[in-house]
Design a protein around this ligand. Structure first.
Ligand SMILES: C[S@@+](CC[C@H](N)C(=O)[O-])C[C@H]1O[C@@H](n2cnc3c(N)ncnc32)[C@H](O)[C@@H]1O
Length: 270
């Protein structure tokens, strides 16, 4: 289902694409206020297990999702820096970054007002805040951040070029853009052109599809059990398994046959 939606939306007008994804995330935030559910990404398993972060007991249940954030956000040193996350969802990633990687401040922005309300209640800590806003028109002054983080959100945007121009605008000179997201294989080259369209320089570029698949495999049983427990409406379980990339879902199979690729980039405003 998600794979079909993903392909269909990619070919629709930017306005329809933005509207459809927004409705979906607003729906999820309204109907599933479950406090324990704080991540909405496919996860990451490092090839070398010695590179897995040491986590507090309370964070172990989110290990694979955290590992994606850890891999992306350690693409630059963010200790003591001012960091913005665009598309922060249910806030688990922004909370992880603030608690473990110690930026001076961490702001999460998301289009979904309901997701922002959830985050404000769920993640209360000094130096971490959440603001409603659009990736294509960020509600911040020029040059106000050292680093922008963006995890599995950009496929929802109407215009990647507008988003990247906004990232460029809010970054300080020598600031970093730490990016990860999935794309159809045939639009992968276009992605690099979009990411560099405002003048950001590519420092690192990695295909992490295998790492994402490995996390989907490792977490599959737990995911199915959680979906079973969380969704009382049986009819919604199958579409939700598709959305969540469970084994056998179209998105999982498309990662396997590599018609869908998961990209990671580190870019710098030189
Ligand atoms: C798949 S979720 C990922 C959330 C989070 N990054 C994570 O990994 O858990 C995508 C998020 O992007 C947000 N989003 C979609 N379009 C957006 C836009 N134009 N501006 C800001 N956020 C947007 C959605 O509301 C959703 O919370």
């Amino acid at each position: 289902m998600l794979a079909k939606l993903f392909i269909t939306l990619a070919h629709l007008s930017p306005g329809v694409k933005r509207f459809t994804w927004l409705r979906l995330y607003q729906y999820l935030a309204r109907n599933y206020p479950t406090a324990d559910w704080t991540f909405m990404n496919y996860g990451f398993q490092p090839g070398d297990k010695s590179e897995t972060p040491v986590l507090d007991e309370e964070d172990e249940c989110n290990r694979y999702f955290i590992q994606l954030y850890d891999y992306v956000a350690t693409g630059a040193n963010i200790e003591g820096k001012q960091v913005l996350e665009v598309g922060s969802g249910r806030g688990g990633g922004a909370s992880y970054i603030k608690r473990y990687l110690h930026p001076m401040s961490m702001i999460g922005v998301d289009f979904s007002e309901r997701a922002i309300n959830f985050c404000r209640e769920r993640h209360q800590m000094e130096g971490l805040s959440f603001t409603q806003g659009d990736a294509e028109s960020l509600p911040f002054e020029d040059a106000s951040f050292d680093t922008v983080v963006n995890v599995e959100s950009s496929h929802c945007y109407g215009s990647m070029e507008k988003f990247v121009a906004e990232v460029y605008r809010v970054l300080r000179p020598k600031g970093y853009f730490l990016f990860a997201d999935l794309r159809n294989r045939d639009t992968s080259e276009k992605l690099q052109a979009q990411l560099t369209s405002s003048g950001l320089q590519v420092l690192k570029k990695v295909d992490i599809t295998d790492n994402v698949l490995s996390a989907l495999d490792a977490y599959n049983e737990k995911k199915l059990a959680l979906i079973q427990n969380m969704l009382s409406a049986a009819w919604f379980r199958k579409p939700f398994q598709e959305f969540a990339g469970a084994k056998g879902s179209q998105i999982y199979e498309r990662f396997k046959d590599r018609t869908m690729v998961y990209h990671h980039y580190v870019l710098e405003k030189t």
